[in-house]
Design a protein around this ligand. Structure first.
Ligand code: NDP
Length: 240
């Protein structure tokens, strides 16, 4: 029987590419999303991947959603914490609400996604945790104090989980994408996209599939020795 993989925010953008790549690699995939039912419906129609709706910032909702997936598909062995949001503003204009919303989703959301599956992974002595962080968690970004803080925090989470899970066959790793051509980025004015691309040595934005490729690599059975690492996939824009 194939292992079950949960992808949060798995119906659109990078998450959708991850869901599809994991399915193509032979996993049984469950995709979570927050509220865009229309996008989730067309995603399932196109891919055959079932979806579950809950808000990752809500621990009880995450626990219930994961329990429903496990009842339908079996134990979740692979978790990709991908759901994330931005609420940008320069710090002097950033509201406590913008700070909190981003922390609740991008940082607490990772806890809420991994914690409910952790005990089962330990018992079964197998688990793969992948967190989608960001280049801006590595280097900081004007207007993204909230977002950069959460994405840097995500790296602390995986480095610690790696140490706690290792003896039970669990790995935890992060991916830091640079600018990826998702709907959000493609909706920017062409001039803005061109100026972003000009800062990337590769000369173009990344594709969601290029991030998905990192995920399938990290979750493989024979990636067991890769633990606590960060893969940067940013076209050469920034080196740690
Ligand atoms: P999108 O906005 O394209 O997709 C976001 C997905 O996450 C959707 O499925 C959305 O559901 C879901 N989602 C958002 N909030 C929640 C929530 N609270 N609970 C559950 N699901 C939620 O995002 P991207 O594909 O651009 O980004 C994916 C990840 O990659 C994020 O963590 C982002 O920070 C990171 N990243 C993205 C980069 C980029 O250039 N795009 C660069 C670096 C990192 P719904 O459809 O219902 O809204």
């Amino acid at each position: 029987m194939s292992r079950v993989a949960l992808v949060t925010g798995g119906t659109r953008g990078i998450g959708a590419a991850i869901s599809k790549a994991l399915k193509a690699a032979g996993y049984t995939v469950a995709a979570n999303y927050a509220g865009n039912d229309e996008a989730a419906r067309s995603f399932t129609e196109a891919t055959g991947i079932p979806t579950w709706k809950w808000d990752v910032s809500d621990y009880e909702a995450s626990k219930a959603g994961i329990a429903a997936i496990e009842a339908d598909l079996g134990p979740v062995d692979i978790v990709v914490a991908n759901a994330g949001i931005t609420r940008d503003a320069p710090f002097h204009k950033m509201t406590p609400g913008q700070w909190k919303e981003v922390v609740d989703t991008n940082l607490n959301g990772v806890f809420n996604t991994v914690h409910p599956v952790w005990a089962g992974m330990r018992e079964r002595r197998f688990g793969r945790v992948v967190v989608i962080s960001s280049i801006n968690g590595q280097k900081g970004q004007f207007g993204q104090v909230n977002y950069a803080a959460t994405k840097a925090g995500d790296l602390g989470i995986v480095k610690s989980l790696a140490q706690e899970g290792a003896r039970n066959g669990i790995t935890a790793n992060a991916i830091c994408p640079g600018y990826i051509a998702t709907e959000m980025v493609m909706a920017m004015p062409e001039k803005a996209r061109e100026s972003i691309a000009a800062q990337i040595p590769t000369g173009r934005l990344g594709e969601p599939e290029e991030i998905a490729r990192c995920v399938t690599f990290l979750v493989a059975e024979d990636s067991a020795f890769i633990n606590g690492s960060t893969i940067t996939a940013n076209g050469g824009q920034f080196f740690v």
